[in-house]
Every structure is written in structure tokens, then in C-alpha cells.
Design a protein. Structure first.
Lengths: 221, 252
């Protein structure tokens, strides 16, 4: 049981860190771009919210299977497939949670407006410098919100990991999948213990995140 | 108004009497069917209607989920499980009618690959290890998974391939892992690949594992339903047995 919980937390942690790195430039670009076709990118990055996890999982499974052209590009590097691997699960979770990372960060950048960056420019800060010293600190609530949402969403995901994970112990078997298998094999006692543990843990985690946000909010004022 | 209501009551009583007597009154019965038995069940339901006039409304799903739903009051009258454990437990727990349980089909295991020449007779590929992933159904939940493990142990290859096993939560998902090419090999149900011309497949001899018995049971909700009883009786008839065999199961 400990192994399953550890795999889940590791997956959520790695996904959160990597996804924040990927989502930040996308969110920045979306917040600053004026052209109409940025909505195409918005729609694409929002798509995982609408798509049923089974649809997403099905396409992901095909995309990371050995015959996929995408995997063909990785063959020279000795990677034949990412299906049923921890890395594959991380990629799947990143796609699945992308909107939950892009939205809050983009909103924070938009709320900031163009003014702080212009002021930074008049003070001779390079755009990159201004981004790290002005934009990112100002948008920190957006980043915090994105991190909490992505982490929580990844812990709670089921459909995608079920389709591409294959339940390999220690690698791709996460809490939600173990839970399903316990119920499926009529092991209700273990199922109850795991379910109760997840509810208590999730509540405590969410509460902690909200309290941290509250404190950060107070400091800001 | 009062008179009219009395008339209605009279009709209702009449309907109850007739359907209760179970004469030639066409009724409906709710049947929970294990997903792996979807196609034969549909054909059997059609034949059942043609012969008896009764309708069998089929719901397809996983046997474990069905069991949980039935234990919490789901209105199914008949349960066609993918294994023998759940109907046995239903009988013990009083969810099913005692003595109504029987084996309606015996599943056969197959080693399957979409690559031609890989899953050949005898399963030599398991010993020579020319594959990366082998998909099986969860041995704790699905009898096909347990049979796959037994077969590999008997062939003496289990410890060698263990690290390459991926598990599907059901035999349908296991089949999907192989069909999409995510796993090169998989132990699936013979009924899933019986019409599959492409790729390669090996029908595992039944002596390699315990029989994969799929059992049916009359549930308490159907204890007084003539349609439910008729459906179970029909399931044992030569007409139904012929359909079951056609889809790659064994039946007595």
C-alpha cells in the first residue's frame, strides 16, 4: 500500500514541477498576444478539460506505443516505447492537467497588465530580467494556484492512468487504480482503508494549501 | 371519478394476477452481463425473445462492479458473471437464489499478438523473450488473468517474464493493450480473437490452467420473475449452447 501511495505522490510532484515549466511560457504568450489565432492555442490547451479521460487515454496509448511515429523519433535514443512506464504516465498527466496549469498563470499575467513590464524596461531591465524579477513575483498567486490544482488533479486522475499505465507495481500503479482493483476483486476491507485514507489526506492537503494561500494573501496587503 | 379509479384498480389486479401466474404474458427481465460475454449474450437475447416472447434487457459491465451494485440494491434479476467466485459469493450472502447457480460457459485462454508469427503454438516466444511487454488481466480480479499466471508457471517461464508483465483491469482492457500495439503480446480470451485473421494466436490447451468457469445466478430481485427464470432455462438450451460455442466458449 505504501508503494502505491509513494508512486502517486511522486507522479503528482514530478508532473507539477514539469508542467509549471511548460505552462509558464504558454501562459505568458497567451496573456500578451493580441491576434485572433491565439484562441486556437487557447482552445487546444483547454481541450483536455472537455475530452473524456478515456478518449485522451486512448490517443495517448496509441501515441506512446512502439509503432507510433512519435516513438519512431525516439528510437535512435534507445527509447522504443513509453507505454506502461512512469515517464509515459508523467507525459499523460501533463497533457491531462495542462489547462489547470495554463489558466491560473495566464489570468495572473493578464491581471498584472502591461504597465509593470514597461516600467521595468524604462529602468533598463532586459525583458528576461524583468520577467523573472517583476512578472513572476507579481503572478505568484497564479503559480501557487496552478501548482495546487495540478497536484490535486493528478492525484485524482483515473481514466488516463488506467489506459496507459498497465498497473505495474512501483511504476505505474497509483492509488486510484489500486482502489479500482480492490473493489473489482471484492477486497472491500482494504478498499475501505485506502479510500478513507485518501479522503482524510486530500482534505488535510487542500486545507493546508488554502491556509498557506491565506497567509500569502495577508502578507501581500 | 371514483368509479373510474376502481376500474383502474381492477385492471391492475388483473394484470398482476396474469403476470404472476406467468402464463403466456410477455415480460421483461433485467440481466447483468459480464463484458466479455457481450456478443453471445445479445444473440442469445434475440433468440430468447423469438422463442418465448420475453425480453431480456442486457446491461454490460465488469463483474466486480456488478457485484458491488447488486449488493447495494441494483435491480438486476439475473447475473451472468465472468467467473464462479462472484456468483458463489452472491449465493452465500443471500443476494442470489440458492440452488440457481450454474456454469453457462467455460472460457478458453489465448496468447495473442498483432505481429504475425510471434504468438505461435506452445508459446515459445515466452521462453526466448523476444518481446518487451506482455499484457494479462489482473490475476486477483479476472479468472483469465489467474489462468494466464498458471499457464506461465506450468510452462516454467513465469519468473523470467515477470518483470515485463502489464496488467489490464479486465480482459477487455488487456485485449486493447495488445490491439493498439502498446504490448506486443497478451493473454486474452479466445472468444476475443476467434474471428481475428491478422496477427498470430495460440489457443492455450485447457490442461495448462484451471477451467475458466463463467457462472450465472438468479438474483433475489428475479426470484418471482417468470421471465428471469425462463432466461436462465433458455441459457441451458441447445439453441443457446450452440451460440455460446460459436463465440469460442465451451459449454455443456
Amino acid at each position: 500500500m505504501a508503494e502505491v501511495i509513494w508512486t502517486t505522490l511522486r507522479l503528482a510532484g514530478v508532473t507539477t514541477v514539469l508542467l509549471l515549466l511548460v505552462a509558464t511560457p504558454i501562459a505568458w504568450w497567451l496573456a500578451r498576444q493580441r491576434s485572433w489565432w491565439k484562441e486556437v492555442v487557447t482552445a487546444l490547451t483547454t481541450l483536455p478539460i472537455i475530452l473524456p479521460p478515456s478518449v485522451l487515454g486512448f490517443y495517448l496509448l496509441i501515441a506512446i506505443a512502439p509503432q507510433s511515429p512519435l516513438m519512431g523519433l525516439l528510437h535512435p535514443f534507445g527509447i522504443r516505447t513509453l507505454a506502461f512506464t512512469f515517464e509515459g504516465l508523467v507525459i499523460g498527466s501533463m497533457v491531462y492537467s495542462l489547462p489547470f496549469a495554463v489558466q491560473p498563470i495566464r489570468n495572473a499575467f493578464e491581471a498584472m497588465g502591461a504597465r509593470p513590464m514597461e516600467v521595468a524596461a524604462t529602468l533598463r531591465a532586459s525583458p528576461l530580467d524583468a520577467f523573472f524579477t517583476v512578472a513572476m513575483p507579481l503572478a505568484r498567486r497564479g503559480f501557487l494556484g496552478a501548482a495546487v490544482q495540478v497536484f490535486a488533479h493528478t492525484v485524482g486522475e483515473f481514466g488516463v492512468v488506467l489506459m496507459i499505465g498497465g498497473g505495474v507495481p512501483g511504476k505505474t500503479e497509483v492509488i486510484s487504480v489500486r482502489m479500482y482493483r480492490l473493489v473489482e476483486s471484492l477486497q472491500y476491507g482494504d478498499a475501505h482503508r485506502l479510500a478513507a485514507g485518501v479522503v482524510v489526506f486530500s482534505f488535510a492537503g487542500l486545507l493546508a494549501a488554502l491556509l498557506i494561500e491565506r497567509r500569502a494573501d495577508r502578507k501581500l496587503r | 371519478m371514483i368509479i373510474r379509479r376502481r376500474n383502474l384498480l381492477g385492471v391492475a389486479v388483473l394484470v398482476a394476477l396474469v403476470s404472476g401466474a406467468g402464463a403466456s404474458w410477455a415480460a421483461d427481465t433485467q440481466v447483468a452481463v459480464a463484458a466479455n460475454f457481450t456478443d453471445p449474450a445479445k444473440e442469445i437475447a434475440t433468440a430468447f425473445k423469438a422463442q418465448t416472447g420475453h425480453t431480456a434487457s442486457l446491461t454490460f459491465g465488469s463483474s466486480g462492479e456488478f457485484y458491488a451494485q447488486i449488493a447495494h440494491g441494483a435491480p438486476y434479476e439475473v447475473f451472468l458473471s465472468a467467473d464462479a467466485d462472484r456468483p458463489r459469493k452472491a449465493e452465500q450472502d443471500g443476494l442470489g437464489v440458492a440452488g440457481s447457480r450454474f456454469t453457462y460457459a467455460v472460457g478458453r485462454l489465448a496468447l495473442y499478438s498483432t505481429t504475425p508469427g510471434l504468438a505461435v503454438d506452445g508459446g515459445a516466444v515466452l521462453a526466448n523473450g523476444k518481446f518487451e511487454k506482455l499484457a494479462i488481466a489482473d490475476p486477483a480480479a479476472a479468472p483469465y488473468g489467474a489462468a494466464a499466471v498458471q499457464t506461465m508457471k506450468k510452462l516454467g517461464v513465469y519468473d523470467r517474464v515477470r518483470g515485463r508483465i502489464v496488467t489490464g483491469t479486465s480482459i477487455s482492457q488487456t485485449y486493447q493493450f495488445v490491439q493498439t500495439g502498446a504490448a506486443e503480446l497478451g493473454f486474452v480470451a479466445w472468444s476475443q480473437v476467434i474471428t481475428q485473421a491478422a496477427g498470430s494466436r495460440w489457443l492455450v490447451p485447457s490442461r495448462e490452467h484451471d477451467p475458466i468457469e463463467q457462472q450465472a445466478i438468479l438474483l433475489q430481485a428475479g426470484a418471482r420473475s417468470p421471465a428471469a427464470k425462463a432466461f436462465l432455462a433458455f441459457l441451458k438450451s441447445p439453441a443457446a449452447v450452440a451460440i455460446i460455442r460459436k463465440y469460442g466458449y465451451e459449454a455443456r
